[in-house]
Design a protein around this ligand. Sequence first.
Ligand SMILES: *Cc1c(COP(=O)(O)O)cnc(C)c1O
Length: 299
Amino acid sequence: MFLTNAPKVQLLCNPLWENSNIQLSMLRLDQVHPVVSGNKLFKLKRYLQQALAGKIQTIVTFGGAYSNHLVATAFSCQQSGLKSVGLVRGEKPDALSHTLRQCLQYGMQLQYLPRGEYREMSAQPDAGVWTEKFGEQILVPGGGFGRDGMLGAEEITGLVDMKQFTHVCVPIGTATTFAGLVSHPDGKYSVLGFPALKNMRDIEDRLDMLAVNRNHPFQIISDFHFGGYAKTSSGLFTFMNSFFEMHGIALDFVYTAKMMFGVEKLIQADYFGKGATILVVHTGGLQGNLSLRPGVLNF
Ligand SMILES: *Cc1c(COP(=O)(O)O)cnc(C)c1O
């Protein structure tokens, strides 16, 4: 559904892993669409289908001012002929972020919620609260975190022959995509999740909430958040620039760059063992880089 390109699995070359007889490939979800790249379209798919099947015209969801999820919702609703409402964390800023401007371009109605209210509303999404204001709707939890989001994410692995991999690496925000990889029945891979948030200790609970079949062993690698969600450092930008130089692939600074930095560190520490075949999932999100100061990235 509105993927302009089927995602490719790209083999990456670097003596760092080739010398250890490790094969590293990247699933390029960043290429599925020029603007709304990545995992978000997959997570949204079933919510959109429910709306269309039930003749419900509106999708309401939550997100911050830089949320890839909000843009993906705005875009995919526009493509599907649905209305979209974004409940945005915090007061309306004087200057809208690139992300929010893009949401408006795709026809999303934005409603700003004070942080406390946002926290409460998004923790226990209750469609009833918004019916009066926005009409009959499908309320999608922030980041698509829900069983339907997970089943959509699981379809990502359906696009690839997973039997060829010993390890699959993915960044973690809400852990919905991670859960989809753990639940996918094919192959014998282990899943490594790289949280983009500091002190994320509830990932097991999240798997329970999503009623995940634990079909694969998994490991949470929590050392590579770089100080917390969306925090940066010059070392991170240097890594992103040299990764781009070497592979011609742009990473986003919130999720995929931190994961990839971590994967390289684990390879250096001999975490994977000789003969490993690793798949890293490029979950997209490149629009987020537009919030950085011009010039820090060479791409
Ligand atoms: C949202 C997002 C994630 C996190 O996905 P979850 O399913 O919420 O864990 C990872 N990478 C990118 C680029 C994202 O935009």
